[in-house]
Design a protein around this ligand. Structure first.
Ligand code: NAD
Length: 251
């Protein structure tokens, strides 16, 4: 999909990977609805977009609420006249499952998996209604492809995003909507900085280095622009750059 004149909704667009992607979309000539539970972060992204001459709108959106998601997608058409791309990217980490008395692990599943399913479901319906081609990119993680002993719930949720997105590849033929997943390795964002500088450097050494949010944004742009990609799972790593998980041989 050629991005000039198109309209995208980026969840988690108020920080990190979402913000970098919103700005990359602006640079390609798209307009962006920046949807985030952190409205101040979303507004800052909109200011950054405006300073680059781009059109963006901030929208407070809690991705665990279907009505917020629906409002963010309809805002694309209301604000900018169309809706072409959904980047379902909002996410959290930071679990400690075996000392989790309050059951907070469920929040990770709710945001990192359930909300991605819900956002995809609502975006597909909205895109079908518009009758034009659409692209949906869901943010998974290398943690969705590999074991993560310190974050097993996060790994399970992200593995769910991978196979959910891959399962919807058929929508390209069915409705002209391409659904793909992106699996970043370790990226320098507030999400990982919360675990502290020492931990960050330690993981960085383990995976061969730390990516920048712009590296993931470039992957998202590639997935949007390459019409041959549907049901694909892109990895972004320091060692391998951008590549794709090979299709699983069916039976
Ligand atoms: N940083 C990494 O190393 C890394 C690696 C792989 C995957 N990811 C994934 O990338 C995505 C973006 O993470 P990031 O690293 O940019 O983190 P980040 O913390 O910088 O950004 C996440 C954004 O999501 C928003 N958010 C959180 N809960 C929300 C909710 N309920 N509704 C709406 N917005 C909400 C936050 O306010 C924040 O702006 C996440 O899905 C994360 O799991 C990150």
């Amino acid at each position: 999909m050629e991005l000039t004149g198109k309209v995208a909704v980026v969840s988690g667009g108020g920080s990190g990977i979402g913000r970098a992607t919103a700005l990359a979309l602006i640079e390609r000539g798209a307009s962006v609805v920046v949807a985030d539970i952190d409205i101040a972060g979303a507004e800052e992204t909109v200011r950054m977009a405006a300073s680059r001459g781009g059109k963006a709108a901030a929208r407070r959106c809690d991705v665990t609420r279907s009505e917020d998601l629906a409002a963010a997608f309809t805002a694309a058409t209301a604000e900018f006249g169309r809706f072409d791309v959904a980047f379902n990217n909002a996410g959290i980490g930071g679990e400690d499952i075996f000392s989790d008395e309050a059951g907070d692990w469920q929040r990770i599943v709710n945001i990192d998996l359930t909300a991605v399913i819900d956002a995809t479901r609502i975006a597909v319906r909205e895109m079908r209604r518009g009758g034009k081609p659409g692209v949906i990119i869901n943010t998974a993680s290398m943690g969705g492809l590999l074991p993560m002993p310190d974050s097993p719930v996060y790994a399970a949720a992200k593995a769910g995003v991978v196979n959910f997105s891959r399962s919807l590849g058929y929508l390209a033929a069915d409705s002209n909507i391409r659904v793909n997943a992106i699996c970043p390795s370790f990226v320098d964002t507030p999400l990982v900085r919360r675990s502290g500088e020492e931990r960050m450097q330690e993981v960085g050494r383990l995976v061969g280095g730390i990516l920048e949010p712009e590296d993931i944004a470039a992957g998202v742009i590639e997935l949007i622009e390459d019409d041959s990609r549907f049901g694909s799972v892109m990895r972004v790593t320091i060692r391998g750059g951008r590549d794709f998980v090979r299709e699983v041989r069916p039976f």
